[in-house]
Design a protein around this ligand. Sequence first.
Ligand code: PEP
Ligand code: CO
Length: 470
Amino acid sequence: MKTTQTSTLKTKPQATPIPHTPNWTPPTWRDFPAAQQPSWSSVDELESITNQLRKQPALVFSGEMRKLTSQLARVAAGKAFLLQAGDCAESFDTSAPSIREKLRIILQMAIVLTYSGGLPLVKVGRIAGQFAKPRSKPTETVNNVELESFRGHIVNDTEFTREARTPDPQRLLTAYHRSASTLNLLRSFTRGGFADLSQVSKWNREFVASSAAGQRYSRMADEIHRALKFINACNINSSNTPQLHEVELYTSHEALLLNYEEGLTRVDSLTGMWYDCSAHMLWIGERTRQVDGAHVEFLRGVHNPIGCKIGPTVTPDEALRLCEVLNPHKIPGRLTFISRIGASHVNTLLPPLLKAVRDSDYPVVWVCDPMHGNTYTTSRGRKTRHFDDVLAEIRGFFAAHKKSGTWPGGIHIELTGENVTECLGGSDQLSDEDLEQAFETLCDPRLNGRQSVDLAFQVSELLTEYMEDD
Ligand code: PEP
Ligand code: CO
């Protein structure tokens, strides 16, 4: 494999303790302009809920976050690949089977990428807390009635009534409890047998299995079964190998509502460092990445691994400024740039960003979000994305990294395990008309189970090509 940007960098070794962030405490973000905050019905109630969140148990633990940082450091060094995937907006009404189906698709994608790519895969869900949405307009007007836009279930509800759309601070507490129960379910699924590698063929549900990608998956699962049988026939005791029976799935969401994030920020008793214990990894969205804004201020001080979306308007200088503020100590794995440039501009806009970061000392994990730069509205008024554009942006991402000798570290995908029809194309060639069958998303269109497994195979081929060329 080609020398990647980080292997030659003068970066600090992982064991070095991370220094405290100067002039930072959880509420310092309040002195900076915070974009995309709802117009809460009562500021006093908001503060009282933030105080209640401070007393709740942490959802995730700092040791897990340090482990994820070190796994992301391997991605930064070109020795692993990241799959970050899940819903655009989780719902408070998500059922346990729907969470299980989402996990099932993530596991299927992960096994495809691991088996074909031959690299360790870091798995991070957009799950157990992905409830807040940035909006292009703060309000929505229907028949001359203007109401707050739907901002995710952590803020308000979808129905177009004043009652449903009024931002309700109590929802922050509900979001906390929903995250806790989703996380509990995920922990039991990933540790309690569901994710056992011997179950690999059972993850292929009928509606996925009947597609071309699903059949390809079945053949791969058979090969894995044969390999496992071979290991057992050699008398190698695989029962003591947790990697074969459990999966590590980390959680992530956009850190949009800063009261919520502040309320769940704790000092780790072992290291004395601040961690945002609402999820393992938090990211800053495209609309809130202002270097002098509240979101960057908040996330610069917590020691979780963090992501930052970068869209077509970011300049190389801005990207370097973000590195400087969010990762001043150049810790590998600390900062992930999630590029979401769009298929038509990725070839021209990504290379100068890669070059600027490569030529600086900052280690960055580069991940491609091929969803958010490729959204458009159909003539029937559906917000959608075409599978071909999603794939084209990923191709452009790999090509740009090849040219600059950097590592295409991963993909960031919006998906669901359900048989929805929200994104066009794919092997079923979903058309405009098909979108009317099962368009269920609360926010952006998601790849369905078949399209997700199909995409995983396509990405695994790009990954193999990238590595074979070296
Ligand atoms: C998202 O990830 O759902 C999102 C809104 O992304 P972006 O900030 O990149 O637009
Ligand atoms: Co989205």
